[in-house]
Write a protein that binds this ligand. Structure first.
Ligand SMILES: Cc1cc2nc3c(=O)[nH]c(=O)nc-3n(C[C@H](O)[C@H](O)[C@H](O)COP(=O)(O)OP(=O)(O)OC[C@H]3O[C@@H](n4cnc5c(N)ncnc54)[C@H](O)[C@@H]3O)c2cc1C
Length: 385
């Protein structure tokens, strides 16, 4: 018995699309460290990446919970949404904080797939999780901002036309609050690359298209400022909550893939003259992973519905991401154990998904930072930083 599944038609359609991209497809990309161009194009053509864009801009105008259904199904099918999920939450920053002209200029093209907004640049080598200490500066010069600095682990920059960039426009020491003085700029990657922006790929344990960015006096038109100058942190916060909920849904997809795979294998694999799944030492961990997954799925659903109702969902988004990422990891570990030696053989996809799902306890936002948020905001415990 699984948690009630919202948007069954979307789930069915996404599952049918994903069936065209089986394990061999993802393994081939892994070998070549290549981007899933055909898969992303198919999702775009089917309109799934425009799920959250309002109808007036050519999207489906559906709530976040529908986006969760799309991404959960991608992961439940054995695929990976990390190649394109950013469009769903980065678009929100533009939608909520962009000017009417910016929305009209970009959203219809993002909705029809002719423009990709897949990159979101916050993390820096010297500030890590402490966003208020970012050093990338954007200095106003006439009709432009001049950007210098460095970002790290920024995903999909080589496969995106636009990027949401968070930079300091006022030094931290001059701001009343340390989260003031940062601004969001929309960077056109097609013009920026080679003209003040250099991109260097980062090789990671999973195939993730992550990169390091070097800004050397990159000129960005002031017209590309999203929201008010100095208010950038607030502009990205909503999007970060959406990101955590959507990635929670991906983790639920992973967790369900792992428990379904483990159960099927445990029913079929015979050792000592009976299916290994008849042994409680094998079946109990799978049952436990299922229980953990269904509990986390309820939290993801709750957070999505709260977000969709317009209420503050910060803590719920964090709790959903923590529970779902841990459920996926537990289910993955159980799946590897159930498969025995075959859990390490590439042809079964278990080891690939196991590598992929580990990320979500670190990014976006690590588990410790979520615990700190809950401790200090929900439980009124003293802050340690
Ligand atoms: C594959 C990948 C893709 C990514 N994509 C993007 C992207 O597209 N855009 C983007 O902006 N970022 C991206 N990131 C960055 C990601 O969000 C960060 O790696 C993550 O937030 C952690 O930051 P950090 O690596 O600097 O770790 P740090 O901040 O250096 O932290 C290291 C460890 O110390 C712990 N820690 C730090 N401070 C405390 C504290 N006060 N109390 C307790 N524990 C603490 C953390 O929990 C963590 O476990 C990506 C990362 C990866 C690996």
């Amino acid at each position: 018995m699984a948690t009630e599944q919202a948007y069954p038609e979307i789930r069915e359609a996404v599952a049918a699309l994903c069936a065209r991209y089986p394990g061999e497809y993802w393994r081939g990309l892994d070998d070549a460290k290549a981007y899933p161009t055909e898969f992303v194009q198919a999702l775009t053509d089917a309109g799934f990446l425009a799920t959250l864009i309002p109808e007036e801009y050519g999207g489906a105008g559906l709530p976040l919970e529908a986006g969760c259904a799309v991404l959960e199904e991608v992961h439940r099918s054995g695929g990976n949404g990390a190649a394109c999920h950013a469009q769903m939450y980065t678009m929100g920053t533009l939608l909520r904080h962009g000017s009417a002209a910016q929305k009209q200029q970009y959203l219809p093209a993002i909705a029809d797939g002719s423009l990709r907004l897949q990159a979101f640049a916050v993390t820096e080598p010297t500030s890590g999780t402490d966003t208020s200490r970012i050093r990338t500066r954007a200095v106003r010069d006439g009709d432009d901002y001049v950007v210098s600095g460095q970002k790290v682990f920024i995903s999909r920059t080589e496969h995106s036309d636009l990027m949401i960039l968070l930079a300091r426009t006022t030094p931290r020491e001059e701001c009343a609050k340390h989260t003031d003085g940062m601004s969001v700029l929309l960077v056109d990657m097609r013009e920026a690359r080679g003209n003040g922006l250099e991109i260097s790929p980062i090789d990671t344990v999973m195939n993730h298209a992550s990169t390091e960015l070097f800004f050397d006096e990159l000129r960005v038109p002031a017209a590309n400022l999203v929201g008010a100058e100095g208010q950038g942190f607030r502009c990205i916060l909503d999007g970060m909550n959406a990101e955590r909920i959507l990635i929670g849904a991906e983790c639920i997809g992973d967790a369900r893939w792992f428990t379904e795979k483990a159960s099927a294998y445990a029913r079929e694999r015979e050792v000592f003259g009976r299916p290994i799944g008849a042994n409680q030492g094998v079946q109990f961990p799978i049952a436990r992973a299922h229980i953990q997954t269904e509990a986390a799925a309820l939290m993801v659903q709750h957070a999505a519905r709260l977000y969709d109702s317009g209420q503050s969902a910060g803590s719920e988004a964090n709790m959903a991401k923590l529970l779902a990422s841990e459920a996926a990891w537990a289910a993955g570990d159980t799946c590897v154990q159930t498969y025995g030696g075959y859990g390490f053989a590439r042809d079964y996809d278990v080891e690939r998904k196991f590598r992929e799902t580990r990320l979500y306890q670190v990014a976006p936002v690590s588990t410790n930072l979520i615990l700190s948020h809950i401790a200090t905001r929900e439980l009124d415990l003293p802050r340690s930083f």
